[in-house]
Design a protein around this ligand. Structure first.
Ligand SMILES: Cc1ncc(COP(=O)(O)O)c(C=O)c1O
Length: 357
């Protein structure tokens, strides 16, 4: 009896992620594409990998693209490619997914959490003396790049949540920084239906280091390793899924924009969505001083919600420092995420709007 009740509730729930609906649209194209590589016995490093790397480099106007098993690896490799002194301090926004800081730590360096501005992006004015910055264009918002560039230290952009974001100057999020890193995890706007990521750069030397670091630190098994590299490859299946997803990227973004515009108009609460030429809207995050009441109301209407993020970088005991995090703490206690996937029906969007009034 209980199980039946749960089943019917789940079916009517308006979910934050609706990957089942996406799959039904792209599945045949993905199967057809991956079949070409599998028929040649190429599970990895196939023509699909090269096609994807060329497509991404072209799309983001970058000279080089190196795909990786995930964005966490992409960030780790990008930081390693800078060849900083071991244990160098690297600034990172306090408000981000833990992976950003983990990648810095894994690369043998020290993440230094820095407070964010109202758009959840790093406050360049608060960046202390560090050897590099890993900035994050969180929820698809974009950093103040002029302020970051004026620091004159290497900048790596974590563009895991900003694949479709383009600033008012026409420059895409992933086109910023010495290196930028993107993600194709299932929670992102374009999913590999597994895991996946990439490093993008215009610098030939850094690109070559990243390529080696991605696979055991060497070009071929017979070569000497330049460093203890990773084994960080996307499968042919994952490349195929991303190649197909990219074909739909503009259409899906346009629907997310339509949904976000409607929900923001109808809502009594504010959402910190930057004014950009194009916004990824990877997550639609509202703020309320009375968050639990709003979330309860949404949940009563069977709308799934989440808090991105319950734990900030400075909350992790391994990364704690004594900087001020006033803005991060305010945002942490007021923010909540509602569904905004392109697959929502108009009826579902209206129910979410009702909960946000
Ligand atoms: C801001 C940010 N950085 C890095 C990552 C790590 O991406 P991946 O899951 O591809 O390793 C994520 C994933 O959620 C993210 O949101």
């Amino acid at each position: 009896m209980l199980n039946n009740f749960k089943q019917s509730r789940d079916q009517s729930e308006i979910k934050l992620f609706q990957t089942d609906r996406v799959w039904s649209v792209i599945r045949q194209q993905v199967f057809d594409l991956v079949d070409q590589a599998h028929a040649r016995g190429q599970a990895q490093n196939s023509h699909l990998t090269h096609e994807l790397e060329s497509a991404l480099a072209k799309h983001f106007n970058r000279a080089y693209c190196i795909t990786t098993a995930c964005a966490t690896d992409a960030l780790d490799i990008a930081v390693q490619s800078l060849q900083l002194e071991p244990n160098s301090k690297i600034a990172v926004p306090n408000y981000t997914f833990t992976a950003t800081a983990h990648a810095i730590a894994r690369s043998g360096n020290r993440p230094v959490a820095v407070d964010v501005l109202d758009n959840y992006c790093i406050n360049a004015a608060a960046v202390p003396e560090t050897k590099a910055i890993v900035s994050v264009d969180l929820f698809g918002n974009m950093c103040d790049y002029q302020a970051l560039y004026s620091k004159n230290i290497p900048l790596i952009v974590d563009a895991a949540q900003s694949l479709e974001s383009v600033g008012l100057d026409g420059v895409a999020s992933a086109n910023h920084g010495l290196l930028s890193c993107i993600s194709f995890s299932p929670s992102k706007t374009i999913s590999s239906w597994g895991s996946g990521g990439a490093v993008l750069t215009d610098n030939a030397e850094l690109a070559q280091r990243c390529r080696l670091l991605r696979l055991h630190g060497k070009q071929a098994n017979k070569n000497m390793a330049m460093a203890p590299g990773l084994n960080s490859m996307m499968s042919s299946f994952e490349c195929a899924a991303v190649l197909v997803g990219l074909e739909y990227s503009k259409k899906w973004q346009a629907r997310r924009q339509q949904i976000a515009d409607f929900l923001r108009r109808e809502s009594a609460h504010t959402a910190a969505v930057d004014n950009l030429v194009q916004h990824t809207l990877s997550k639609l995050v509202f703020q309320s001083n009375n968050r639990s009441a709003v979330v309860n109301r949404l949940n009563q209407l069977n709308v799934e919600t989440a808090v991105h993020y319950n734990l900030l970088i400075n909350d992790e005991h391994i990364y704690r420092n004594d900087q001020d995090f006033l803005n991060s703490i305010k945002l942490q206690s007021t923010s909540f995420t509602v569904p905004n996937q392109h697959t929502l029906t108009d009826n579902e969007v209206e129910i979410i709007a009702k909960g946000l009034k």
